[in-house]
Write a protein that binds this ligand. Structure first.
Ligand code: ATP
Ligand code: MG
Length: 248
């Protein structure tokens, strides 16, 4: 019997026939709405942010999601993480998903950094006991010990990122979704995060990364999925995907 070098890997993410439509409002007050209705102007239009998108990601794969502003990358990550639900099609994920999607998302402004660590860890499925055991490591990685008992509404964007990233990488995640947020970290912290992300990939975790730093992301990820106007324009080697994006 032939031996295959590549063991069969199961899918971590399956996206099938996905459509996401947003309703765009054109009026902002009762008066505007009234006048628009009188003139028979449409009050809203439907905007297709994603249309007919299908792809799957194997466990342990690292995928760069590429595309110009407004092409649907963040919407795609929100659908994978379950923050948004599709209008048509389906998204299946296997394992624990942690999404670092918007700076400060998942943080409660009036709670301290310490309380938010527990809140975020609980959202990611960790018990208080598990979080207690990891708390010091989480804070040490974030390097914001001095501010850990300050309410997070006084945090800078970089401080949010440091804490959110630190919680996410210390929890038992199977799929890590990262949207652009590394950009708000300073250079040493970005390098530290990248090293950690590489480590997670080596440990077999599944990564989906969105970044406009095309060289960084194509080095980090083997595969590139290029979105154009809400549909997949290319799915293959990340370097080729970047070349195609740059070619316009
Ligand atoms: N909640 C919403 N309501 C209306 N339109 C939305 C909403 N969220 C996203 N959109 C629209 O969907 C399109 C895709 O947005 P998305 O944020 O996914 O783009 P992106 O690829 O992440 O862009 P960027 O590179 O600028 O981050 C945009 O035209 C955006 O205006
Ligand atoms: Mg985005």
């Amino acid at each position: 019997m032939l031996k295959t070098s590549e063991p069969a890997r199961t899918d971590a993410v399956v996206v099938d026939g996905l459509r996401k439509t947003f309703t765009l409002r054109h009026t902002h007050s009762f008066k505007e709405t009234f006048l628009a209705a009188l003139r028979r102007k449409p009050l809203t239009t439907q905007f297709q942010a994603l249309e007919g998108v299908s792809f799957s990601i194997k466990q342990g794969e690292s995928v760069a999601l590429l595309g110009y502003n407004g092409s649907g990358k963040s919407t795609m990550l929100k659908l994978i993480s379950g923050v948004l639900s599709p209008d048509e099609g389906k998204v299946l994920t296997r394992g624990r998903v942690a999404g670092l999607i918007e700076v400060g998302a998942g943080f409660h402004p009036d709670l301290s950094g310490r309380e938010n660590v527990y809140l975020n860890a609980a959202i990611l499925g960790m018990s208080k006991k598990e979080t207690d055991a990891l708390f010091d490591d989480i804070v040490a990685f974030s390097e914001i010990e001095a501010f850990i008992d300050t309410e997070v509404k006084h945090y800078s964007s970089g401080m949010f990122l440091r804490l959110a990233f630190s919680v996410a990488i210390h929890t038992e995640v199977d799929i890590l979704l990262i949207d652009e947020i590394l950009a708000v970290g300073d250079e040493p912290f970005q390098q530290k995060c990248l090293a950690r992300i590489r480590g997670l990939h080596d440990a077999g975790k599944t990564l989906v990364v969105v970044s406009h730093d095309l060289d960084m992301v194509s080095n980090l990820c083997q595969r590139g999925v290029l979105l154009r106007g809400g549909s997949i324009a290319f799915d293959g080697d990340s370097k080729e995907a970047v070349a195609m994006m740059r070619a316009g």
